[in-house]
Design a protein around this ligand. Structure first.
Ligand SMILES: Cc1cc2nc3c(=O)[nH]c(=O)nc-3n(C[C@H](O)[C@H](O)[C@H](O)COP(=O)(O)OP(=O)(O)OC[C@H]3O[C@@H](n4cnc5c(N)ncnc54)[C@H](O)[C@@H]3O)c2cc1C
Length: 476
């Protein structure tokens, strides 16, 4: 009880500096930002810089969300960093790339704005202490020139810059371990949130506007079951690499007010990986489907691999390799024996035996696939998928092995709330929900079926986080 009093007193003191306390469990501020990842931190900084008092709620004990565990790559065009590296680029080219990649199945106005504001996002991050070295620029998807801006120290470096600014800003009160539980909606507009404080007591925070930046829903099996049944069906094999806080809270809260969602079914935020953690799938192995045929350049950009994998019958495929390759994986012999006897690693003295173990209907197809691959490796040219010749390795030494690969390692969810270019949340009938903005992975419509390249999620979170913060601060 004493702890709770101390905590509430601290929060109240902070809020008194900028907002007001209506009663012990009711606070008042200009803007509430829900979620302290890349999008929420950016929104809070912008709103506070515009003069608003801001309460930033974070349900975990730390700020950063998936952004802090990310690679800290930001996809941007026509930036100061590119200029330093002597690269000439344009926002229009970035926009075109993203539109073509998405087969135009995205909200063009949002993608255009994200492209146009991407250079500003880099400036904003630099101004907030994030470092991008020109020599670390790289091609982070399949764009024609390097747009991948790698923050020094990755996602940690990026979040550190933003949290340092938040901590130093007297207009922002960051409340950790304080999940928002619902939106307060009165007289047709959002006027705050309910939340749960560290002791589990309900808190009411009243505000002129609310920004939802709660990240995605990759850590909610319930939402995956509803929207992404293929991933949910993986059960224990499904691996969520992002923040545990990504349970779709913002999406659920907004949906209660009639918010529209978009692309919730897109599974392109996950990666193909070995089903067996002890036996990683490498890009110098070959991937084969149920027919025993290769179906992709195993070293291709990860989104191309997912898109091809998802089209294989029953999504069934294996990484196939020989004994020399197994040796290179450096797995304890006892572990290999156990995995084979448990049926997790298929093994055969000959390619035909391996094919039979994998259930490939016509073993001769796998024999032909490997023969062709070995000839290509000897000639230094992949005659089917043009894989980098340095990754073409013949499979010659039995026993031969096959480990199942799955689209199982999820980095982000692509679908979310529909917003307009002011980051305002729209209803299923296309109207603005007054007082409600959203940004980051909580939002959909910027990415189509597949992820266009590392850095696109974070740039969208920063761009729309900033816009949401600015517009929330201007709300009356
Ligand atoms: C391993 C990995 C690497 C990645 N690398 C990159 C990369 O290099 N570049 C790139 O562009 N993308 C990358 N991504 C994706 C990218 O990191 C995320 O899509 C992006 O950071 C999401 O930012 P966000 O602000 O929307 O959400 P987050 O950063 O996830 O923040 C959301 C926050 O909201 C909090 N929250 C949730 N619900 C509530 C609630 N009810 N109340 C209060 N707080 C709540 C969460 O705890 C979390 O802290 C990567 C993802 C992973 C997992």
């Amino acid at each position: 009880m004493r702890q709770r009093t101390v905590y509430l007193t601290l929060a109240i003191v902070c809020v008194l500096l900028m907002g007001s306390v209506v009663s012990a469990n009711t606070l008042e501020t200009d803007v509430v930002v829900v979620g302290a990842g890349g999008g929420g931190l950016s929104a809070a900084i912008e709103a506070a810089d515009a003069g608003a008092s801001v309460i930033l709620l974070e349900k975990m004990a730390f700020a950063g969300g998936s952004t802090v565990v990310s690679g800290g790559i930001v996809h941007a065009a026509d930036t100061v960093v590119q200029a330093e590296a002597g690269i000439t680029d344009s926002a229009e080219d970035m926009y075109q790339y993203r539109m073509i990649f998405a087969n135009a199945q995205v909200d063009a106005a949002l993608v255009k704005l994200a492209s146009q504001k991407s250079a500003d996002a880099i400036d904003f991050l630099i101004a907030n202490g994030v470092e991008f070295l020109p020599e670390r620029l790289y091609i982070a998807g399949s764009e024609p020139l390097p747009r991948g801006h790698r923050a020094t120290d990755g996602g940690g470096g990026l979040v550190r810059g933003l949290t340092d600014s938040v901590d130093a800003n007297p207009n922002i009160t960051l409340m950790l371990e304080t999940p928002a539980t619902d939106l307060i909606h009165e007289n047709g507009r959002v006027v705050g949130v309910t939340a749960q404080d560290k002791e589990g007591e309900e808190l009411e925070i009243r505000a002129k506007a609310v920004v939802l930046a709660t990240g995605g829903f990759g850590n909610s099996m319930e939402m995956l079951r509803r929207h992404q049944p293929h991933l949910a069906a993986l059960g224990d094999s499904y691996y969520w690499a992002g923040t545990p806080g990504a349970t779709g809270d913002g999406i659920i809260m907004a949906q209660k007010l009639g918010a529209q969602t978009v692309k919730m079914e897109s599974e392109g935020g996950s990666l193909v990986a070995s089903a067996v953690d002890e036996v990683p799938a490498r890009n110098w192995m070959i991937y084969v489907n149920q027919q025993g045929q290769r179906f992709v350049n195993e070293a291709a950009f990860y989104s191309f691999i997912i898109s091809q994998f998802n089209q294989q019958p029953q999504r069934l495929a294996w990484a196939v390799f020989d004994s020399a390759m197994l040796e290179e994986l450096d797995i304890d012999e006892d572990v290999v024996t156990e995995l084979v006897s448990d049926g997790k690693l298929a093994a055969g003295g000959s390619v035909e035996e391996l094919a039979a173990e994998l259930g490939i209907a016509n073993p001769q197809t796998l024999v032909n696939t490997i023969q062709r691959h070995n000839t290509d490796a000897a000639n230094g040219e992949d005659t089917i998928f043009d894989k980098d010749p340095s990754l073409l390795r013949p499979l010659t030494e039995g026993p031969f092995y096959g480990v199942q690969i799955l689209n199982r390692r999820s980095l982000l969810t692509i679908g979310g709330l529909r917003i307009n270019t002011n980051a305002e949340v729209l209803t299923t009938t296309g109207e603005v929900i007054p007082g409600l903005m959203a940004a980051g992975e909580t939002v959909g419509g910027l990415i189509g079926e597949y992820y266009p390249g590392s850095g696109t999620a974070i740039v969208d979170a920063i761009v729309f986080g900033r816009i949401a913060g600015q517009n929330a601060a201007a709300a009356k």
